[in-house]
Design a protein around this ligand. Structure first.
Ligand code: SAH
Ligand code: SF4
Length: 351
């Protein structure tokens, strides 16, 4: 089985017979083991604020959703979680929140980055995922210690992007942000939502080609999941968890086979569709898991979508049950490692 071009990608994203899907996942798993090994890397994710100035049509914490209570963790709360991750041998963390561009926010993040770096003796890797920012802000945070940045393009097709966002959310700005991040020296992660209203298999195939063209090191993509209090819900005719999960898993598998040596996350949204969704993601070619380490008191407020899993479990419980489940499928966890992708190292060697 080889997947060489757009036609092949569309074909495999569309396979529906159980046997063919099995073959696809098994092959993707083989490609994963050959290129990145049987290792899973953890990124502990701290969702530190649901305050957002944007209004993406699909997202539960969009600015105009007045039904939710807004929160922002204090500096001490964030640092405490980061240190918990460090002491529990997570190689790196992700700091994620709604998007804010104000000066206070920029300085707050900078201060936190410096503190975490210092308190972890420069060892804990830090990924940021706080949306679109100016070049100078990205640079400032890079200098303060962030080395990876996650910014999903959400939909690489301009028309689809425009259907999912209000007119003042610009596709070009998002693209420019990805270029700035790369230029500054971040390892750049991007991705899309899978199974969105209006989205076709051709759109998804173009997303994979987009990852290749942009020479992306890490891919974080997951199924789109409904949220009742969002404008896009009126375009969702039916929401079938099983088919949504299958499409997302096929997307992971095809991306692994096509791009080979990148890092691919098995995202929490997979688990929202099925209890073992993330393990299925690993079996279909993903190699990164981002366990939430956000304090339980805030978890139920950071609901980007419905049925978010583990909102009552504390980070320790999450870690133990995940570890057991990962080992049960025969994989090893790369504790205390940053887990950069071989793709990234190849690029560094060549430059
Ligand atoms: N504000 C930042 C980071 C937080 S949102 C940003 O937007 O980049 C993180 C991700 O959640 C988004 O990139 C989006 O892909 C995902 N997301 C939002 N709403 C979702 C939904 N209804 N279903 C699945 N994923 C969703
Ligand atoms: Fe805000 Fe990110 Fe949600 Fe868009 S996806 S509304 S930027 S939190």
């Amino acid at each position: 089985m080889d997947i060489k071009d757009k036609k092949d990608i569309i074909y495999y994203l569309g396979v529906s017979e159980e046997e063919k899907i099995r073959e696809l996942f098994d092959y993707a798993y083989k490609v994963k083991v050959e290129n990145v090994g049987k290792f899973v890397y953890f990124r502990g994710i701290i969702e530190f604020s649901n305050i957002c100035t944007k209004n993406c049509y699909y997202c539960g914490i969009r600015k105009d959703n007045t039904k939710i209570k807004r929160f922002s963790m204090t500096e001490d709360e964030i640092i405490e979680l980061a240190l918990w991750a460090y002491e529990n041998n997570y190689g790196s963390i992700v700091l994620q929140s709604g998007e804010r561009k104000d000066k206070d926010f920029v300085l707050f993040i900078e201060k936190i980055l410096k503190k975490i770096k210092k308190l972890s003796n420069d060892k804990l890797g830090i990924t940021l995922s706080v949306g679109e920012q100016d070049y100078d802000t990205y640079k400032r945070w890079f200098d303060a210690g962030a080395h990876r940045y996650l910014l999903r393009i959400e939909a690489s097709d301009r028309e689809l992007y425009e259907k999912l966002h209000p007119a003042d959310h610009s596709y070009d700005v998002r693209l420019k942000c990805l270029e700035s991040l790369r230029d500054i020296g971040y390892q750049v992660g991007t991705g899309v939502m899978i199974g969105l209203p209006f989205q076709t298999l051709e759109n998804l195939a173009n997303d994979i080609l987009f990852f290749k063209k942009m020479d992306i090191d890490m891919i974080g993509m997951g199924p789109y999941i409904i949220h009742e209090d969002t404008p896009i819900i009126k375009y969702v005719d039916s929401f079938d968890k099983e088919s949504q999960l299958n499409l997302a898993l096929k997307m992971i598998a095809v991306t692994r086979i096509f791009l080979k040596d990148v890092n691919i996350a098995s995202t929490t949204a997979l688990q929202a569709l099925k209890h073992i969704g993330r393990e299925l993601g690993l079996m279909a070619g993903a190699n990164i898991i981002m366990p939430t380490i956000t304090d339980t008191k805030y978890r139920q407020l950071y609901l980007l979508y419905q049925d978010k899993p583990c909102i009552d479990e504390n980070a320790g419980l999450c870690r133990n049950c995940l570890q057991a489940r990962i080992e049960s499928i025969g994989e090893k966890i790369g504790f205390n490692e940053w887990g950069d992708s071989p793709h990234y190292f190849k690029k560094v060697r060549e430059s």
